[in-house]
Design a protein around this ligand. Structure first.
Ligand code: ME8
Length: 652
């Protein structure tokens, strides 16, 4: 499988494949937009690119979500995957391959890889005794748990597991993986994460459990239908499936190894920087060139402007916000959110998403610096040069040096995945061009009849705008196209190409076309005033929702001691509790907390219940009251008495 010459290499960039228990969120969008910018940049440079993303469907949590929705897993994932197609279309994600792990070709590849490693003795059968975090789909050792029962990554309770299982000999590759990461600083990035990874490996790698008991969802272990391949093993193999491993040698030779693999920081140390390279080493395959772990977005507390109104930022809601506040088009709003994501924080760092900052950047960077430069220059070309770009003539090229420096730094930014630096470099060019307009005052040149100078100055400005449009086009594809159109380049048949980044490339004869301003300014004072008014209104409405003390008194809240707890057959979320409320007979309650709390941890707890709730029959069990728990969507913590008190004690 030798590669004949290096030019034949297709640039292969990947995102993780995402779980489909839910619709896409800001994290998915962030990685995918960044990968999209990389792919578009490579294409702009004339390279052949394969940009792959997709969905990870064989997770236990996906099976459970399907069950909760009353659908079979395949029907459920078929439905949710549509929300990914839709989101990526809206975000202008130019993927070349969307892989679903439920595709036959992928299932065959997983079975092939698993089989190969079994044959080599790198996968063996043993007993698994330990813990499993369903939300993270991670096997955990006792000593990794927090407080003896919670997942170290997400903090949620884990489930105990004891079963026959297959193991991958990660431990045998620990040393080699560590050496590879140490010797090739490019392999795992950024540096801070690389250090985290190295210390994770130094702590010692144990063999990983790579199977689960077959519950009818997943890829069966070759030759042993009682087990299915562990979802993370299944998922990592997607990068091989996409590349044609084992079924299309020619494709594989063109694609392997991946050039850039983007992942979030949480799935770097345990998976992409250890098990993944270990699997590749076991298969005798080259490691990826770059695996980059980016940071996380959190939403700014007290961000009143946000349309998402929650802890989780919804990129689509932010797009709508921009449209509403500025009146820009959907395409421009989408490009602006893409810009904000890659401009606001250095790639690799965590960031705080704030709608106010998004609107602020829209005004300052996009409307003022970029939009205004275009809007003030095009009318001058119309007025003084009949709308046509002239030969640069003597004196042109005043901005060439600044432009050259911006291009060099942008190239470096793209190569190092430092999107922020790349955009900053471009904005320095825009700032220089804006300053140049002020200094050279084309209107004065016109008035004083300095025609040659006037043509040269306008040429330089438009040329800078053209270069800036090229530099940002991987991030803001539609905006760049619109600028291209307004500069008259599309009607000249000039395609965008990185080769044309050099100053002086603006073709004379292009006829500029004024359009609507791309970035209409947002009146931030008005936005703030309206938001404050909405907040006041909300507060008033909340006050109207107040209950009186008498209303509250009607609730009979009591302490109850849990005597027994049991799962209810066929109902994943429900537990049947027997509680002592200080009455002659214990009561029975049905509580929807089975996914967060195990029966054993409940017995003996002093919980709080609503004792005068009308009884209801749930799944054939009469429930006489309701247990109180914190958590809006799902129960996160039970309300318990923090010191000794008698069952039946009133809570007031
Ligand atoms: O992990 N900010 O899938 P997933 C930035 N199926 N990134 C975030 C984020 C945030 N607030 N929240 C989550 C999986 N992420 C596996 C991958 S690949 C072989 C298998 C990132 O749907 C997170 O770091 O949970 C991860 O990269 C992705 O979004 C979530 O993926």
């Amino acid at each position: 499988m030798s590669r004949e010459d290096n030019d034949a290499k297709t640039f292969y960039v990947t995102t993780p494949i995402y779980y489909v228990n839910d619709a896409p969120h800001i994290g998915h969008t962030y990685t995918t937009v960044a990968a999209d910018a990389i792919a578009r940049y490579q294409r702009l440079r004339g390279g052949t690119v394969l940009f792959a993303t997709g969905t990870d469907e064989h997770a236990e949590k996906v099976r459970r979500a399907a069950e909760a929705a009353g659908l079979d897993p395949q029907g459920f994932t078929d439905r949710v995957v549509a929300s990914y197609y839709d989101a990526w279309q809206r975000m202008k994600i130019s993927y070349d391959r969307f892989i679903r792990t439920t595709e036959d070709i992928h299932k065959e590849t997983v079975a092939r890889v698993f089989g190969e490693l079994m044959e080599k003795g790198d996968i063996y059968k043993d007993q698994y005794q330990g813990w499993y975090c369903v939300p993270c789909e991670t096997y955990l050792r006792e000593d990794e748990l927090v407080d003896g029962r919670n997942c170290p990554d997400c903090g949620r309770p884990v489930e105990e597991m004891a079963q026959d299982a297959y193991f991958f000999k990660t431990s045998a590759y620990g040393e080699a993986v560590m050496r590879a990461i140490e010797n090739r600083p490019e392999l795992v990035q950024p540096d801070t994460r690389r250090n985290e990874v190295l210390s994770f490996i130094r702590h010692g790698l144990r063999d990983n459990c790579v199977s689960r008991l077959n519950t009818g969802w997943g890829v069966p272990v070759p030759g042993d239908e009682e087990h299915v391949v562990y979802v993370w093993f299944d998922a990592l193999v997607n990068y091989l499936t996409v590349a044609g491993y084992g079924y299309d040698d020619e494709r594989f030779a063109r694609l392997w190894p991946p050039d850039v693999q983007l992942v979030g920081k949480d799935i770097l140390p345990r998976f992409h920087a250890t098990i993944w390279p270990a699997i590749l080493m076991a298969l005798g395959l080259e490691l990826p060139r770059i695996i980059f772990g980016h940071g996380w977005w959190i939403s700014a507390s007290g961000d009143k402007i946000s349309k998402s109104r929650g802890k989780v930022v919804d990129p689509q809601a932010e797009v709508e916000l921009l449209i509403e506040e500025s009146g820009c088009t959907t395409d421009v709003a989408t490009d602006s959110v893409r810009y904000y994501l890659l401009r606001e924080v250095p790639f690799g760092h965590d960031g705080t998403f704030s709608s106010e900052a998004l609107l602020g950047r829209f005004n300052a960077d996009l409307a003022n610096d970029l939009g205004n430069l275009l809007n003030r220059t095009l009318p001058l070309v119309k007025r003084y040069l009949d709308g046509e770009i002239h030969e640069p003539g003597p004196g042109a090229g005043a901005l060439a040096e600044v432009a050259q420096s911006a291009v060099t730094r942008a190239e470096q930014g793209y190569a190092e995945l430092d999107f922020r630096a790349m955009l900053q470099a471009t904005w320095e060019l825009l700032a220089a061009a804006n300053k140049f307009v002020d200094q050279r005052a084309p209107w004065d040149l016109y008035k004083t009849g300095k025609k040659v100078e006037l043509a040269a100055v306008l040429y330089d400005i438009l040329d800078s705008i053209r270069i800036a449009a090229l530099l940002i086009s991987p991030v803001m594809p539609t905006v760049s196209e619109e600028i291209w159109r307004q500069l008259g380049l599309d009607s000249m048949g000039v395609d965008m190409s990185w080769d044309d980044c050099e100053a002086g490339g603006m073709p004379p004869g292009a006829k500029v076309r004024r359009g609507r301003p791309i970035f209409p300014r947002i009146d931030m004072d008005l936005v703030r005033k309206r938001v404050a008014q909405e907040a006041r209104q909300e507060e008033e409405e909340e006050q109207q929702d107040m209950i009186t003390y008498d209303d509250f008194q009607r609730l009979d809240l009591r302490v109850a001691r849990v005597l027994d707890a049991d799962r209810i057959e066929g109902a994943d979320k429900l537990l049947k509790l027997t509680v002592d409320v200080g009455e002659e007979q214990p009561r029975t309650l049905v509580a929807g907390i089975a996914q967060q709390f195990g029966p054993r941890e409940l017995i003996g707890q002093h919980v709080v219940i609503v004792a005068n709730l009308e009884p209801a029959t749930i799944r054939g069990v009469q429930s006489q009251g309701m247990i109180l728990a914190a958590g809006e969507k799902e129960p996160l913590a039970l309300i318990v008495a923090d010191r000794e008190c008698e069952p039946g004690e009133k809570v007031r």
